[in-house]
Design a protein. Structure first.
Length: 243
């Protein structure tokens, strides 16, 4: 009888622990939610009077912290994974829309305060208007449909003189597409569409140096180039993979 009572006691304890675990998980999910936002980034150009579109599927994960441990503690953490978008312009090369923003004059490196991880926020008009960060993150869970991206909110765009050489990257502004690819090329539109299809892959086949580049930056540090666009470019602007 003593052994039977012991077994029943162990089972009861396990059940209690399981229930407490579920309650804890539920509370954590409510007060510190995580949203996985998968979207298709699409950019359309006009070439010779016809639309030419490129698209890529990326993902942003955003998590709120349950406790503000320090006055300046990060309340929301973000991660983006995927690869840059390539728009193939027949007979003229490719335009790459990177996973990066570049703001000349804001810092020595030209980096923006709100980086690429804020692309969804900016496109869909999601702002932090109250101190409840859990409510803020849960807004991302409800995103459906599409959001347009304004021309002045586009990520960095580049072209390569030679795609096999990373140092030949040149920044292309939306208003300068005609100068880079021909006068009959212009920007038409860009937007995000929320989806659950797999992430895009294969950029290493187009830019093989990505898989063997030894440095975070695409070119070696050169003091004479401090503040320049090419020195500010990072490997992660083309591909971000994490587990």
């Amino acid at each position: 009888m003593a052994k039977l009572a012991t077994k029943k006691g162990c089972l009861t304890s396990l059940k209690v622990l399981a229930v407490l675990g579920l309650i804890g998980w539920g509370l954590l999910s409510w007060f510190a939610p995580t949203a996985h936002v998968r979207y298709e980034l699409e950019v359309t150009l006009e070439v010779d009077g016809e639309p030419v579109t490129g698209s890529v599927v990326q993902e942003m994960t955003i998590t709120s912290s349950p406790i503000d441990l320090l006055p300046d503690a990060r309340q929301v953490s973000r991660k983006v994974r995927g690869q840059a978008l390539e728009v193939d312009i027949p007979g003229r090369g490719s335009l790459f829309v990177l996973m990066a923003r570049y703001c000349p004059g804001t810092t020595e490196w030209g980096q923006c305060k709100g980086g690429y991880a804020y692309l969804v926020d900016r496109a869909c008009g999601i702002t932090q208007e109250q101190p409840n960060f859990a409510v803020f993150v849960r807004r991302f869970k409800r995103l459906v449909g599409s959001c347009p991206i304004a021309e002045d909110q586009l990520p960095v765009m580049v072209r390569f003189e030679d795609p096999l050489r990373s140092e030949t990257a040149q920044q292309v502004l939306p208003q300068d597409l005609g100068k880079a690819f021909g006068l009959d090329v212009r920007f038409l539109s860009a937007g995000l569409t929320f989806t659950d299809v797999p992430l895009s892959t294969g950029i290493d086949n187009r830019l093989p140096w990505l898989s063997k580049h030894p440095e975070r930056a695409l070119i070696p540090y050169d003091r004479a180039l401090v503040g320049s666009f090419i020195l500010s470019l990072r490997h992660r602007a083309f591909k971000r993979i994490w587990k």
